[in-house]
Design a protein around this ligand. Structure first.
Ligand SMILES: NC(=O)c1ccc[n+]([C@@H]2O[C@H](COP(=O)([O-])OP(=O)(O)OC[C@H]3O[C@@H](n4cnc5c(N)ncnc54)[C@H](OP(=O)(O)O)[C@@H]3O)[C@@H](O)[C@H]2O)c1
Length: 360
């Protein structure tokens, strides 16, 4: 067997040598060298393009889009950091999220520190419907809205199989992540189109555009894939009319949603991420605005899909297991506490235990 393989290799080698020694062989060598040079050129162009886009390319003059920006999910994490970056550029801002007191605090800070005007709208975007959109529309009345940042987004509490996700969570995630950005874009696009300028930024997720799939976060990733395709399609419709639409997809950012407390290289603080994101407004239709996430994107793209899928599923299964062991600890602590107090009411702990057994 070994001798057959050795003979075959020798024969191939001899054949190759004879091909290369002929005029046709020279052509093959030239073609191979040309292909090599082309790959090298593409690699160098890619590296230079990456450096330019992430570190050198200047941001656009955002005030040229219009005097006002609208930001959803404006009181925490990426949304709040986005507001600060826009205020630094002199844009007035309409802030939207659920909690009136948090809205007023952020608005006051923006007005005081950056001297911009603000309006606030307290709205639970998961209750999306005609009444809510009328309320938001009324708050935007008379404003020259040049920029809309659809930032508010929801995921479920922990990675989970779809049949185990609470029905209400599915409604909420689809409403906040897909329906709301669509309706708010529709609301501001008329004015932008009339003025022939404007930009819409939809905050997507690497869960949909960087990694090939997100098992156990299917609804979240699915809605973010909608955000991506919606943005690219809408940009095709409106760019010729002067309005740019963009999907900005973060990987991990250290916010309440990711439950990452301390910023690190692969999970920057929201301020770092937002500063990078604002510089990219009006550029590529779909992108990962922070440089390290861009690098992760390149690496993921060059790895086999099955490997990434397996890794992601492993991570999500680990997070799901951690969630349930925390629940189990809570149940045990509740049983102990009620036993010690002699209350005898073990209903909450029993409920959790039953739930855990059901979900195993
Ligand atoms: N953090 C990450 O690692 C990461 C990764 C990929 C993509 N993203 C995307 O980035 C965006 C921002 O995420 P984040 O991490 O900055 O979130 P966050 O820190 O949890 O902030 C959420 C913001 O949205 C508001 N909000 C939450 N639910 C709302 C609702 N039902 N109606 C109105 N406002 C609501 C919150 O204020 P109130 O509580 O006062 O309403 C808060 O201002 C999301 O679209 C998310 O999908 C984040």
């Amino acid at each position: 067997m070994a001798s057959i393989v050795a003979d075959t290799v020798d024969a191939l080698h001899a054949r190759l040598q004879s091909l290369l020694s002929q005029p046709a062989g020279t052509a093959i060598t030239a073609l191979a060298l040309a292909l090599l040079a082309l790959s090298l050129l593409r690699f160098v162009a890619g590296v230079l393009g990456f450096i330019y886009a992430y570190f050198l390319r200047p941001g656009r003059n955002l005030k040229s889009y219009g005097a006002w920006a609208v930001v959803t999910g404006a009181t925490d994490g990426i949304g709040k950091a986005y507001c600060v970056e826009l205020a630094k550029k002199g844009l007035n801002i309409v802030l939207i999220s659920r909690t009136q007191s948090k809205l007023e605090a952020v608005a006051a800070e923006l007005e005081e520190v950056y001297g911009v005007h603000t309006r606030v709208v307290a709205a639970d975007l998961s209750k999306a419907g005609p009444e809510m959109f009328t309320k938001i529309g009324a708050a935007l009345e008379g404003l020259e809205v040049g920029l809309l940042v659809n930032n508010a987004g929801l995921s479920y509490d922990h990675p989970e199989y779809l049949d185990q996700v609470a029905e209400q969570d599915v409604y909420d995630v689809v409403a906040v992540n897909a329906l709301v950005p669509t309706m708010l874009a529709r609301m501001v696009l008329g004015g932008m189109r009339e003025r022939g300028r404007g930009a819409i930024v939809n905050i997507g997720s690497g869960a949909a555009t960087v990694i090939p799939s997100s098992p156990l976060l299917a609804v979240y990733a699915g809605t973010k894939a909608y955000v991506d395709c919606f943005s690219r399609s809408l940009d095709g419709e409106y760019a010729p009319l002067g309005v740019r639409v963009q999907n900005q997809a973060p990987m991990f950012v250290a916010t309440k949603m990711s439950k990452i407390r301390r910023p690190r290289l692969d999970a920057p603080g929201p301020d770092t991420w937002a500063a990078a994101a604002v510089r990219q407004i009006g550029r590529e239709t779909s992108l990962t605005p922070y440089w390290f996430h861009g690098l992760q994107h390149v690496m993921v793209r060059s790895a086999p899909v099955w490997l990434i899928n397996r890794q992601v599923m492993g991570i999500h299964q680990g997070l799901r297991a951690r969630y349930y062991s925390k629940l189990a600890r809570t149940a045990a602590a509740a049983v102990n506490a009620s036993g010690a107090a002699g209350e005898g009411d073990e209903a909450p702990a029993t409920d959790i235990k039953r739930e855990l057994r059901r979900r195993k």
